[in-house]
Design a binder for this molecule. Structure first.
Ligand code: PLP
Length: 455
């Protein structure tokens, strides 16, 4: 007799979370406040008003544990949420490990990643306050795709500054963003002062998230009809992503299991935070014993090699100063294919949790990440986004460690998106054209030397 094995844990639509989970009131220490870049004094909600609608600013500074998800947002979420929790049985067999490997699959969203979880509420709160245009940056193109789709749903115009290296590497992402109705500009561009300043110095600049953020912020700051939207890093973005972890808690309980280790890749920190913060909330109450591991690329190692200090969120120094692990705002990460992980800093909330010792961080080299992604694809049938490959590489490492110990281990990781628009990077990998990047020590030292002086 053939016995069916359960590999997928699905929740009905009625189990889409009713609220987002804000971990701040449960943490042993508050976050350091963001500072005004001119006065170095803590900023208030009004300082952010030129860039964001008040609904999002209030979430950014909120100390409420639960923030209700508007009905209209939940209704849009229902198109792909709750996302499935999958057990990677064939991968377990391929690795011949006693570990049980689960992944939360965020690639089922129509934009292909977790980014839509925050794009929808961001567009919603802007629309509610009468905003007509949003400007934003995108690295790999995932955030641009998500925000342009959310803007199409809610009737907003959207302009996307796309990091030059991704603009060239990922023409189909650009086409998707345009199909959803947004306009796309390669960054650095000649449309902004920040872009022109970079081009004057580096006419062939690959671009970076830090530069694209400066351009998008500049456009919003100069036009009262335009607000800015950020796809990661900020508290309200991480907050919106907590639907992932809340669902996963319910789903892994359905599987009759409990995680020993929870893993997410980290660019700005949002998919990691979305999965782990609800578990960490339980851990702080003594109800979860899992280790929590953030995985970053060796070429852009903010958590493992950066400094925990105040820095700018962008290269042009238009944003407030936030306390985070940073490589320095002028650091230009190598052109790795995991474009979504090429950011000089890390979410203040994720940085804080690492600093408090509540989570740990590790790095993965580009070639190891792609090898893990290929192994995963052959076992599970999903080609992961290059960013997510970093989480997979760590999950596999953990599973092999469990095998070496001869002990079971329950591993949960976030499969933050699929790689269907990233196939050029797989072509390059299979053709042997990708390389590992040494830790760029000299450039990082230079960028760190330029950190703003904050007393
Ligand atoms: C953007 C992106 C990331 C990195 O951003 P985080 O804010 O750290 O989650 C990771 N995976 C995918 C698929 C992405 O699109």
């Amino acid at each position: 007799m053939f016995r069916m094995e359960t590999i997928q844990y699905n929740l009905p639509q009625s189990h889409i979370p009713q609220s987002w989970y804000n971990i701040l009131p449960d943490l042993p220490k508050p976050l350091a406040p963001p500072l005004h870049p001119g006065t170095l004094k803590p900023i208030g909600p009004d300082d952010l008003a030129p860039l964001f609608p008040m609904g999002l600013i209030l979430q950014e500074v909120s100390s409420e544990r639960e923030i209700e998800i508007p009905g209209e947002v939940r209704q849009i979420y229902a198109q792909w949420r709750p996302s499935p929790l999958m057990r990677a049985r064939r991968l377990e067999k391929a690795l011949d490990t006693p570990a049980r490997i689960y992944y939360k699959y965020e690639g089922v969203s129509p934009a292909g990643s977790h980014k839509l979880n925050t794009a929808v509420p961001q567009a919603y709160y802007n629309k509610r306050e009468g905003v007509q245009n949003l400007s934003t940056e995108t690295g790999a193109g995932q955030w641009g795709s998500a925000l342009s789709m959310a803007c199409a749903f809610l009737g907003l115009n959207c302009k996307v500054f796309m990091v030059r290296v991704s603009y060239d590497q990922k023409p189909y992402r650009r086409a998707l963003i345009e199909a959803f109705g947004a306009s796309v500009v390669a960054s650095p561009s000649t449309e902004t002062e920040s872009g022109r300043a970079i081009l004057a110095e580096h006419p062939h600049s690959n671009g970076s998230l830090g530069i694209a953020i400066s351009e998008a912020v500049e456009v919003a700051a100069k036009d009262p009809q335009t607000k800015y939207a950020l796809g990661s890093v900020l508290n309200h973005v991480l907050l919106h992503q907590t639907v992932i972890g809340q669902e996963a808690i319910e789903q892994i309980a359905m599987a009759g299991d409990e995680p020993d280790v929870i893993i997410g890749c980290t660019g700005g920190g949002s998919n990691f935070a979305g999965l782990v913060m609800p578990f960490l909330g339980k851990k702080l109450k003594g109800k979860c014993g899992a280790r929590i591991v953030a995985v970053e690329p060796a070429a852009c190692p903010s958590l493992t090699k950066g400094k925990f200090t105040y820095d700018f969120g962008d290269t042009g120094h238009l944003t407030p100063l936030v306390k985070m692990y940073t490589l320095g705002s002028t650091f230009m990460p190598p052109g790795i294919h995991a474009g979504g992980l090429r950011y000089h800093g890390m979410a203040p909330l994720v940085s804080h949790v690492i600093d408090l010792g509540l989570a740990e961080a590790t790095t993965v080299q580009q070639l190891d990440a792609f090898a893990a992604g290929i192994q995963f694809a052959r076992a599970e049938g999903i080609v992961p986004a290059p960013e997510a490959n970093h989480a997979i590489a760590e999950a596999i490492r953990q599973a092999l460690e469990a095998k070496a110990e001869g002990k079971p281990r329950t591993i949960l990781f976030n499969l933050s998106g699929h790689g269907h628009f990233d196939m050029q990077s797989y072509i390059d990998y299979q053709a042997g054209k990708l390389e590992n990047y040494e830790y760029p020590a000299e450039e990082i030292a230079m960028a760190l030397a330029g950190l703003p002086a904050v007393g």
